[in-house]
Design a protein. Sequence first.
Length: 268
Amino acid sequence: MAIITFSREMGSGGIPIVHQVAEELGYTLVDGDVIRAAADSYDLSQEALQQIDEKPPAFVENLDRQIELNMNRIQLIVLEQALSGDVVIYGRGGQDLLPGITSAFRVRVIAPFEERVERWAQREWIDPDLARSLVRKSDQQRAGFIKYYFDRDWTNPIDYDMVINTIRVSNEMAVRLIIEAIKDPYLVEKNQTCKTKIRDLIIQKKIQIARLDDERIKDIWFNIDVVDCHVTLSGHIYNENERQAVIDDTNKVAGVSGVTDNLKLINY
């Protein structure tokens, strides 16, 4: 059960590499097209996708809660695709959605800034100054997205299993390197163990969506841990009605085998 995640810089040439890897391996490509096609089934409008996809929050309280709700819905789409295995996840913080999944191979595709600007200007037939502005803005948005939602430096190479600089490596070589790398027995994890962990992540994500969508819960900052389908809730709530809402929402999620309530009531 292999999962490949791709992080890429705008203009780095990651798109053809991603498509060729998926095609040669016969893997399902999870990208923007797949997310847009599934959006209606997850209560996501196309307008919401345009607003939030790989962008940092607006820092307006009510708006940010809705943005986070929709972001979690996108992440649920990605996780449920990953459960099937043999997938290539393109962007959307894919690697950060799969903590502890050792069968996930994390790839980053980069190129020097000015090279990316030149490529984007040629690809889109636009002025280099406009291309420079667009590439810089894209870098800032994606870095902000990863930092806010996953508290990680987007550029840190230690977070990736392979970093490919497309000014030094051809697309064909990049594809071969990735395909050979995922055959390494060191990356292989027992199929059922991997699936169990992803199912726990899916349950956790569904509970996060439920609490964000529940107007009875004003304070959303408590922890949800899931191990073998058993949920442990910790952190604090403001009143007993909020506690009951949290537990009700958790019990409604399919697959939950039990709930441990470690929530603490704090009156301010």
